[in-house]
Design a protein around this ligand. Structure first.
Ligand SMILES: [Zn+2]
Length: 277
């Protein structure tokens, strides 16, 4: 049996179960993880994509005990099943909505917004919302306080680097949201894709260092190349990344450049970026 058996809930702690959707791929790892918290009155985080077998597995597992459906964000691998699961169970939809930039789930419309630090308490668990913009502007992580487990959606992924696509994605915010994870005493991260991650603070620090190292590569490349468009910088900055990923890398590079502009270290005129420090 694989680590991510489709259609079968995996128990992570006595109060947390994971059901993985069968949408594995280069951007989704083994598939999107849906998390079920509690057994009597259940909260679901990230119902995942509309795949009938996954929706059936979720609804069969929760029966009439599902009360709340939260989403970490509204990318199409995370929220679209919310509508069907809510219709089948009567659970309340909770999550933040942003204007559709072409990457958002247009069916996630009837939700109650979730405030930063908002808390849901039942006899079994306490779930706290932690706003973490960066991967996308409406991203929220959810802390299961009793387990000190943070459900991270796409803020932190198991085994791959999160893509930051401006303008909904923002590198400066992303790094601040990674730093925010250091404020919480955590034992595990429960990502939207991939397995549980140990040593959350070490992982957050590693990810921050990785982004700042890439940022240094961007400013170094810009210093050497002089004023130039993104297409000139991609092969220099991502010389360690397979060429097949360069289209995606160009989007993250754009995010790095915008952060340099925000930090007062670069300027942009049309397509041409210039280092100013
Ligand atoms: Zn996403």
């Amino acid at each position: 049996m694989s680590e991510f058996p489709y259609g079968v809930p995996v128990e992570l702690t006595p109060r947390v179960r994971r059901l993985t959707a069968p949408n594995s791929g280069p951007m989704t790892g083994p598939g999107t993880n849906s998390y079920l918290i509690g057994h009597e009155r259940i909260a679901l985080v990230d119902p995942g994509p509309v795949i009938d077998s996954h929706i059936d597995a979720l609804v069969d597992t929760v029966a009439d005990r599902l009360k709340w459906i939260f989403v970490t964000h509204t990318h199409r691998d995370h929220s679209p099943a919310a509508k069907a699961v809510a219709a089948a169970t009567g659970a309340e939809l909770i999550g933040n909505i942003i204007p559709n930039d072409g990457f958002q789930d247009p069916t996630f419309v009837e939700a109650r917004a979730v405030a930063d630090d908002e808390c849901l308490s039942t006899d079994e668990f306490t779930l706290r919302a932690v706003h973490t913009p960066g991967h996308v502007a409406n991203h929220v992580c959810y802390l299961i306080e009793e387990d000190r487990m943070l459900i991270t959606g796409d803020h932190v992924m198991g085994g791959s680097t999160v893509v930051i696509i401006p303008p909904a994605g923002d590198m400066a915010q992303y790094i601040r949201s990674l730093e925010r994870m250091l404020d919480y005493d955590l034992t595990h991260l429960a990502p939207g894709h991939g397995d549980l991650i140990d040593a959350p603070h070490a992982e957050a620090r590693r990810l921050i260092a990785h982004r700042l190292k890439r940022e240094r590569k961007v400013s170094d490349a810009l210093a050497v190349a002089g004023p130039c468009p993104i297409s000139t910088l991609v092969p220099i900055v991502y010389d360690d990344v397979d060429q097949s990923l360069h289209t995606m890398a160009a989007k993250s590079l754009h995010a790095h450049l915008l952060k340099l502009v925000t930090d007062g270290r670069a300027s942009v005129d049309g397509e041409v970026w210039t280092l100013t420090d």
